[in-house]
Design a protein around this ligand. Structure first.
Ligand SMILES: [Mn+2]
Length: 430
């Protein structure tokens, strides 16, 4: 673990500044929760065990279709991206795995594994890419990939997904996430039924190549890059895909991939009930697939999603094993800071959901006491759980104040000197 990017002495020194105040705050919150019959240490242990994966592309500065404004010291390749991911894990202790993208992160898988091991990082779900053309590929995905009208293009996309599984096997990954850009821009351009049949046939070929202990996650999105119709447009279609493919197939929920005001927590409940929830790509949005930082716009929605997840955990829902990943585009902030803040917001929502008095909630629901049922959720949501989050980080060797410690470390200034600007970085939004 000597390869950790921030000096352990600095973390200890910074924690020393905050330690006494945290001890007081934690003790005070412990008394409050005790009056509600909640053991704060039991909650802290659960929070300390919660993990969310970082996408490799998240540490590069994102952009929009209008422009991308590079940030200082951007990682120039996957090995530097892993260094940045290690900073996030070192200070938050909530992000021990990285989700890689093929082909953006292409490198010798054995070298990737060795670099991950040196940094104490594991590898989460692999992401394939048939929504853009890679250099030197024979057929273009301009008019689709797994659902393309031409069998040769579909075969190329299938083989790419199988190659992504093969890379993941070396890294110790156990899942493949498939998001396609396939769809149409004009009414009449595509036959909905035939396109979906072709997609299912292609996915069956990918599914057949999955190792026994792997899962395949399909990700729906209602629009973009296709603006009239999308082949995998919503959770209903996604559920049908998971049903058609078999027991290793699950439906992944990216929070930004729904129409505004859709009740996402209810979708989550349905997928859990029918044992097909793959997991999440966390982000936040105001208008569309904005890919803003988790919890920055609508923390109550994030809490309501976690309320369903904790409810499932509480009642031991069968086949409940969600994979958590952040999927954001950091256009105006330091990506490391955004990812740390987002991991903390995700953990905050989880912690608040753990505080819901489920017995009382059930009783209010059964007696149709709408007001008190809502009050039960709001009581958990409005509890300041910051001391629990800080304590969970501290006991695992992280920072009480990750962003403050990161800024004090001068990491960004150091890598800015080490990484001359290349003018571009492979970053994307999926
Ligand atoms: Mn996504």
């Amino acid at each position: 673990m000597s390869a950790l990017p921030i000096s352990a002495e600095l973390v200890t020194e910074q924690n020393g500044i905050e330690a006494a105040a945290l001890a007081n705050d934690y003790s005070h919150l412990g008394e409050q929760l005790d009056r509600r019959g909640i053991d704060i240490d039991a909650i802290t242990r659960k929070v300390a065990a919660f993990h969310v994966a970082i996408p490799s592309w998240g540490v590069g500065t994102g952009g929009t279709r209008f422009a991308r404004f590079a940030g200082p010291g951007e990682p120039r390749g996957i090995f530097e991206k892993l260094d940045d991911c290690a900073v996030i894990q070192q200070l938050t202790r909530a992000t021990p795995t990285v989700s890689l993208h093929n082909p953006w992160d292409k490198a010798d898988p054995k070298e990737l594994k060795a670099k991950g091991d040196a940094l104490g990082l594991g590898f989460d779900a692999m992401n394939s890419n048939t929504f853009s053309d890679a250099k030197d590929q024979k057929h273009s995905y301009k008019f689709g990939s797994l659902s393309h009208t031409d069998a040769a293009v579909r075969q190329q996309a299938i083989e790419h997904n199988i190659e992504t599984i093969e890379i993941g096997k070396v890294l110790g990954s156990k899942a493949l996430t498939v998001w396609i850009g396939d769809g149409s821009n004009f009414p009449g351009q595509s036959n909905f039924t035939r396109a979906f049949e072709r997609y299912l046939d292609s996915m069956k070929a990918v599914y057949a190549a999955l190792p026994d202990d792997w899962r395949i996650f399909s990700e729906h999105k209602l629009y973009e890059p296709a603006f009239y119709s999308t082949v995998v447009q919503d959770w209903g279609t996604n559920y049908l895909i998971a049903q058609e493919l078999g027991p290793k197939a699950f439906a992944l929920v990216d929070l930004g991939h729904h129409a505004p005001n859709v009740n996402i927590e209810m979708i989550v409940a349905r997928l859990i009930q029918f044992e097909k929830l793959a997991g999440f790509h966390f982000n936040d949005s105001k208008y569309g697939d904005d890919d803003l930082d988790s919890g920055s716009i609508n923390p109550f929605q994030l809490f309501l999603v976690f309320n369903e997840l904790v409810d499932a955990e509480h009642r031991k829902a069968p086949s409940f094993n969600p994979a958590y990943m952040i999927d954001q585009s950091h256009n105006v902030t330091d990506p490391i800071e955004s990812l740390m803040a987002s991991a903390i917001e995700i953990l905050r929502a989880y912690t608040q959901a753990l505080l819901v008095d489920r017995k009382a909630l059930e009783s209010y629901q059964d007696s149709n006491d709408a007001l008190m049922a809502n009050q039960t959720l709001k009581r958990a949501f409005t509890t300041d759980v910051g001391p629990i989050l800080a304590k969970a980080r501290l006991v695992k060797g992280g920072a009480i104040d990750p962003i403050g410690t990161y800024r004090a470390s001068g990491y960004r200034q150091r890598v800015t000197a080490e990484r001359p600007s290349s003018g571009g970085s492979s970053s994307g939004i999926v």
